[in-house]
Design a protein around this ligand. Structure first.
Ligand code: ATP
Ligand code: MG
Length: 307
């Protein structure tokens, strides 16, 4: 039985490089193509396992090559993929991404099998939470399944961590099942109703986080990009400032953060150290290309922290 359970999405990211995006009815030549393993759930499971966690992934893929590649990629870092079950008659989740020379992205996400991970499907995996210590969730699978998973995790006394991404408003019913909610700045703004931006002061960010505490979340662990992260509890605020790094690709930095935080707390690391560990892992990940391929090894994170 695994110490960490990740319930979430697996996506194949089909990345097309173009000088500029085509107009309606227009055909243009692209300059490159890559298939990358993604999906917030898979990215978090990958990071947690690579950083030493014992991880089981709960998710759904279609009976196609992308599903097999995604599942195999997780298995290669030691993730238990027996609950990455194959659904027939539906495609694996994909994100079709055009990246223009200017850096502008256009993304179409097809949930596919992720969207078919229903409550009935979750019942097949319900035992997975029994022995787990930490359970990770995001919002790329149906909300009823996320809520069902949170309840199962709570019944098994797991520490529950919810990444509220892609951004979506959440009710008290959902947030009151969450020990750590981990929004980035945009998600924190949407959830709290505060207007926040890169120029927002820490006091404003903490005030917005307190709205989520009032809505029932146990603690707010907000991810602030190049500014690091802040942990907000009813009577305490702790922060970790990011070390300046050269950004190559910040895709999946937030997922690396959540996965490494889970790996750390599952090993009994105190929460503040786990936050520093997660910040360090995520900071190293932005210096490398790719969401999963950017995740550093444990040795690399410890070396970065020792600097
Ligand atoms: N430019 C940076 N320099 C150093 N660390 C960074 C930088 N960008 C991100 N990080 C680290 O990564 C963490 C998560 O990044 P961010 O706040 O951008 O999350 P996110 O928006 O959820 O990311 P994602 O787009 O992957 O979901 C930060 O808390 C920080 O520790
Ligand atoms: Mg994120």
């Amino acid at each position: 039985m695994s110490e960490i359970v990740v319930l979430g999405s697996l996506n194949a990211d089909l990345v097309v490089s173009v000088e500029r995006a085509p107009l309606g009815g227009e055909t243009i030549a692209g300059s490159g193509f890559a298939v990358r393993s993604g999906g917030k759930g898979a990215n978090q499971a990958f990071a947690a396992a690579k950083l030493g966690g014992s991880v089981a992934m709960l998710g759904r893929v279609g009976d196609d090559d992308y599903g097999r590649i995604l599942s195999q990629g997780l298995a290669e870092v030691g993730v238990d993929t027996r609950m990455v079950r194959v659904l027939n008659g539906i495609s694996t989740g994909v994100a079709v991404i055009t990246v223009e020379a200017s850096g502008e992205n256009r993304i179409v996400v097809v949930p596919g099998s992720n969207g078919a991970y229903s409550m009935a499907e979750l019942e097949r995996d319900a035992d997975s939470f029994a022995e787990a210590k930490v359970a990770l969730f995001q919002l790329e699978t149906p909300m009823e399944t996320v809520v069902g998973g949170l309840k199962l995790a709570r019944e098994s006394r797991c520490i529950t961590v919810l990444d509220p991404a892609p951004a979506q408003r959440l009710s008290r019913d959902v947030l009151s099942l969450v020990d750590y909610v981990t929004p980035n700045l945009g998600e924190l703004a949407l959830l709290s109703g505060y207007e926040l931006g890169d120029e927002s002061s820490e006091a404003e960010i903490v005030e917005a986080a307190r709205v989520l505490l009032e809505l029932g979340a146990g603690k707010v662990l907000a991810k602030l990009g190049g500014r690091g992260a802040v942990l907000v509890e009813p009577r305490r605020v702790e922060r970790d400032y990011a070390v300046q790094v050269e950004t190559v690709d910040s895709t999946g930095a937030g997922d690396c953060f959540n996965g490494s935080f889970a790996a750390a707390i599952s090993k009994g690391m105190p929460e503040l150290e786990a936050m520093q560990f997660a910040c360090s892992a995520a900071s190293v990940s932005v210096t490398r290309a790719g969401a999963q391929s950017g995740v550093p090894s444990l040795e690399e994170v410890l070396a970065f922290m020792g600097r």
